[in-house]
Design a protein around this ligand. Structure first.
Ligand code: ADP
Length: 498
């Protein structure tokens, strides 16, 4: 069993001050209680204790936020000088860094992730804002050369899509917020952000920083609340031009349906069941830590997590032993304890879901090479779990678990198309990794894999320049990189007869 760390140290004063303040909605530049006046509790998943109450936004609050966002969009935000948007985004990035310790503590407290991860989230959120800020002044249309008789000046304009509704999950709350906020702000859109009900705190803190940075009122609005009320109201709202959603494939399908009411643009970043494929010549000194983190980082609550491990039969036993040895070094515990390297799952519900999946795997004939149990704790911890004797039709192999559960399978084939078939035997297509020193295998297989991101001798590269999104049921569209501009802008073609 993985070692548990000791109880967390006390919170910093700034974090305590934020926790004991009012957690209202941010609408049109003002903090407000919801129209219905209701609130909901938010928890520390490492202890199961309530840490704050936040305002519960509902349909009527969503409506007010959409009106505020529309007013800000039509009232000048879309027409601001790109360099002004860029400056504001840089200011926000600097404020995120200046308040990085508080943001990291809140992220850890609310989501459970270890402090080293929430600190990384803070710096990558700031970097994402700076990267996207540059596009404000660099994105452009192009001139065209028609073949129609006559003399023409023909060109395209790239215009912001308008009012954006962003619905995000609980697994990386700060980063998911910034992945939506940054391209919206850079392109001149206004936004209503709905964080997940499990993890509202860093989004609310970010809202304060948005105000401090000096964004005009109504450009960024934050509605905390539940999916089936606030989230659905946002996705169905007739005056929202685009929905950007990250979450489960099931909810993504509902969002796509809601969006048909006014034919809003939709981008979806959904589930995954990503393969990691290990060849006999893999650089194991890199592969073992890489595979272990690929599967278990953030307790497996990562949409791109490597959850299906295919290892060449000649090194299968060696890799199982080494991954298990590496994973047993994790220290489970409260994320605020600096010793902790693996935190709890986000909620009781998620913990029980993961435990159910593992039980079903064992009942279907898997063997637990390690883990498959919860330590004795009030928090929602689950041991890193390695399942062997897996088969393609088992639920643990087919469905997204979103927990620290890795299913391993040996392969004997030398034929790359048979290996690609194993890897592609899923309804998802978010990420994949290939572990080999053979560049020919690496490049050929990268092309054959049906996934939006492929890593070679790394699982995923989390960097602002890398477009990210899914093939198949893992989603629609690409976030990050230059490609995200297509999701937040639309093209107008203009023809001038000279
Ligand atoms: P999970 O089941 O793991 O919580 P979801 O995909 O349901 O993942 O949640 C991701 C986000 O989608 C959250 O912000 C949640 O509130 C929101 N959500 C859930 N159901 C709906 C819905 N029917 N309409 C709109 N948003 C929803």
């Amino acid at each position: 069993m993985t070692a548990m760390t000791s109880p967390p140290p006390a919170l910093a004063q700034a974090t305590q001050a934020f926790l004991s303040s009012d957690h209202g909605l941010l609408i049109g530049g003002a903090r407000q209680t919801g129209q219905a006046g209701s609130t909901f509790e938010t928890f520390d998943p490492a202890t199961g204790q309530v840490i704050a109450r936040v305002a519960e936004g509902r349909a009527e609050d969503v409506d007010l936020a959409v009106k505020a966002a529309r007013k800000a969009f039509e009232g000048g935000w879309a027409g601001t000088m790109p360099i002004e948007r860029e400056k504001l985004m840089w200011r926000l990035a600097e404020l995120i860094e200046a308040h990085g310790d508080t943001l990291a503590e809140l992220e850890t407290l609310n989501n459970g992730m270890p402090l080293f991860l929430s600190k990384f989230s803070v710096s990558s959120a700031a970097d994402m804002l700076r990267y996207m800020a540059g596009w404000a002044s660099k994105m452009a249309g192009e001139t065209l050369n028609p073949s129609t008789p006559g003399e023409w000046h023909a060109f395209t304009l790239r215009e912001p899509v308008g009012v954006v509704g962003a619905i995000i999950p609980w697994n990386a709350p700060l980063n998911m917020a910034v992945w939506k906020l940054a391209p919206a702000l850079a392109t001149g859109c206004t936004i209503i952000l709905k964080p997940a009900e499990q993890t509202p705190l860093t989004a609310l803190f970010l809202g304060q920083l948005v105000q401090e940075a000096g964004f005009p009122e109504g450009v960024v609005n934050i509605i905390t609340g539940f999916g089936e009320t606030a989230g659905a109201a946002l996705a169905q709202h007739p005056d929202v031009d685009k929905i950007a959603f990250t979450g489960s494939t099931g909810t993504g399908k509902k969002i796509a349906q809601y969006a048909t009411g006014n034919m809003k643009r939709v981008s979806l970043e959904l589930g995954g069941k990503s393969p990691m494929i290990v060849f006999p010549d893999a650089p194991l000194e890199k592969a073992i830590p890489g595979l272990t983190m690929g599967a278990f980082v953030n307790s497996g609550q990562v949409c791109a997590a490597g959850t299906r491990l295919f290892v060449h039969a000649s090194i299968f036993d060696q890799v199982m032993e080494s991954v298990a040895a590496q994973a047993s070094k994790f220290k489970l515990g409260h994320g605020l304890d600096p010793q902790t390297t693996l935190g709890p799952l986000v909620s009781r519900q998620q913990h029980d879901r993961v435990a159910d999946f593992v039980r079903s795997g064992l009942a279907d004939g898997c063997a637990a090479y390690m883990g498959a149990s919860s330590p004795d704790s009030a928090g929602y911890f689950y041991e890193p779990t390695l399942l062997v004797n897996t088969a393609r039709d088992m639920r643990v192999v087919r469905e997204e678990i979103f927990g620290p559960v890795l299913c391993a399978t040996p392969f004997e084939d030398e034929d790359l198309s048979a290996i690609a078939q194993l890897a592609n035997d899923t309804e998802y297509g978010l990420a994949a990794s290939i572990w080999t020193q053979n560049i020919s295998i690496a490049h050929k297989l990268s092309k054959m894999i049906k996934a939006g991101s492929v890593g070679v001798n790394t699982h995923i590269l989390n960097d602002a320049v890398m477009p990210f999104g899914g093939f198949k049921q893992s989603g629609w569209g690409r976030e990050k990189g230059r490609e995200v501009l297509d999701l937040y802008t639309q093209i107008k073609s203009v023809a001038v007869s000279l």
